[in-house]
Write a protein that binds this ligand. Structure first.
Ligand code: ADP
Ligand code: MG
Length: 292
């Protein structure tokens, strides 16, 4: 590769909001045949809105929201922030938090107003032996609509659920179709549950979905694809995505995401638009053609 063509290519890419960290990445990107996209904040806008609150008969809804809102206020997770925002809109005073623990990939655990509060996945409830059989069908319905439902317990008993809905970026479906049209396999990977992930995948034309991946598991999934001979680009925005971005043949961080993701990646896509993935690959092809 001549330094001149690399410089020209990098410059043109930068004008399109695609920042290659080094010339070698511009040279390597055209080998990519598999693109793994994170769901929240990558395919979607990553700003979920609280849509449903369903409590069991014996629990008062305002008290429920006061307790789980207090617990979630301590969490930096985007899901937690959307829950707190939704609760704040209802002008409910939050409880007093004594202890708080984030359980990555599962949810949160806190003592609020002297009560033990858990908010998170089915697996979190199972981990603490909270009985949830009666709520599962409601949860599945919410998930089939692409919502993320989170279960909550108070002092060891299931108390209610909250669900949030994220919106899909306007350009995601078309950008994914464009990659597929270039013969590239697109896979969506998320810590969210299988049903929600499939519903979102269906809306953007991704059949291959890897769901319920724990934070440490995303890099492992990329390695598996590489072991199967694929040249993998990983596209993500979160702290959770950083190890996978580093392991991938090419890591692409969304510019609106976390600094940690951008540090781990080879390319930053300044615009959140997933069209930048195809643009980056095409730019690499063009640069390599000029070199030959
Ligand atoms: P994602 O890829 O969606 O960012 P995470 O690994 O961060 O996935 O989280 C996986 C799942 O764990 C979420 O979909 C949610 O159900 C649950 N979870 C994580 N953090 C929280 C939280 N602060 N409050 C409630 N649930 C949470
Ligand atoms: Mg994300």
């Amino acid at each position: 590769a001549t330094p001149t063509s690399i410089m020209a290519g990098s410059g043109r890419a930068a004008e399109m909001g695609i920042l290659f960290k080094g010339g070698e990445h511009l040279e390597q990107t055209h080998h990519i045949n598999t693109v793994v996209v994170d769901k929240t904040g990558t395919v979607t806008n990553g700003k979920p809105v609280l849509t449903d609150v369903i409590v069991v008969d014996r629990v008062n809804e305002n008290e429920f929201l006061s307790l789980i809102g207090a617990a979630e206020k301590q969490s930096e997770h985007p899901l937690a922030q959307s829950i707190v925002l939704g609760i704040n809109e209802q002008a409910i005073e939050l409880g007093t938090v004594e202890t708080f623990e984030a359980i990555p990939g599962y949810g949160v655990k806190a003592i609020v107003n002297g009560k033990e509060i858990l908010v998170g996945t089915r697996k979190l409830m199972n981990k603490y032996q909270i009985e949830i059989t009666n709520v599962l069908s409601i949860m599945e319905q919410l998930e089939a609509n692409g919502k993320t439902a989170m279960l909550a317990s108070i002092d060891g008993n299931y108390a209610g659920l909250v669900a949030v809905a994220d919106t899909i970026k306007e350009t995601s479906k078309q950008a994914i179709a464009r990659l597929q049209g270039m013969g590239i396999e697109v896979i969506m990977m998320t810590g969210d549950n299988e049903r929600t992930a499939k519903a979102i995948g269906e809306q953007v034309g991704i059949q291959h979905v890897i769901a319920e991946v724990l934070p440490e598991g995303k890099a492992e999934e990329v390695k598996k694809l590489q072991a199967a001979g694929k040249k993998v680009a990983m596209v993500g925005d979160g702290i959770n995505d950083a190890p996978a971005l580093a392991v991938a043949d090419i890591g692409m961080a969304i510019g609106t995401g976390t600094d940690v993701a951008m540090e781990a990646a080879d390319i930053t896509l300044i615009r959140g638009d997933l069209n930048s993935i195809a643009d980056a690959i095409i730019m690499s092809h063009k640069t390599m053609k000029n070199i030959k």
